[in-house]
Design a protein around this ligand. Sequence first.
Ligand code: ATP
Length: 138
Amino acid sequence: MITFKIVTPNGVTYEDDIEKVTIPTGDGEITVLEGHVPLVSTLSAGEILVHKNGQIVHLAVSTGILEIRPNSEVYLLADTSERAEDIDVGRAEAAKARAEELMKQKDALADVDFARIQAMIERETARIGVSKRYRDVK
Ligand code: ATP
């Protein structure tokens, strides 16, 4: 078993003992099973798949940090994270459209603003994708 916890500034969004979890990291997607080597990595916006008792829990996550400890404890410190069923797709689509509108002025944007807007687009794209895939598999 793995002890898995997702912590955001709004609190703990997921906490359970699980069998397996797939996580989007800065170096690509990884799947963590019990006994995984210790690791610290960045989190990328994307989808978390938690496997437990033959069920899969789908969550969207944005940027953050991932820590795998030696005793199969896996911690994600993320800016945001939502369970697929809690995602408001309309809100994510509206936020993505606003960010894309801002991106049109990219020649006038400072690098830091460009990076922020890019991150917003990736966060909303992850929410939309997770929500839609969840509805497809249900
Ligand atoms: P918006 O522009 O739509 O207000 P945002 O992308 O600026 O959203 P965030 O800063 O990413 O919002 O998140 C703020 C809080 O709202 C977090 O707790 C996040 O989990 C939640 N949240 C954001 N977007 C959604 C969504 N589409 N569905 C459900 N919860 C969301």
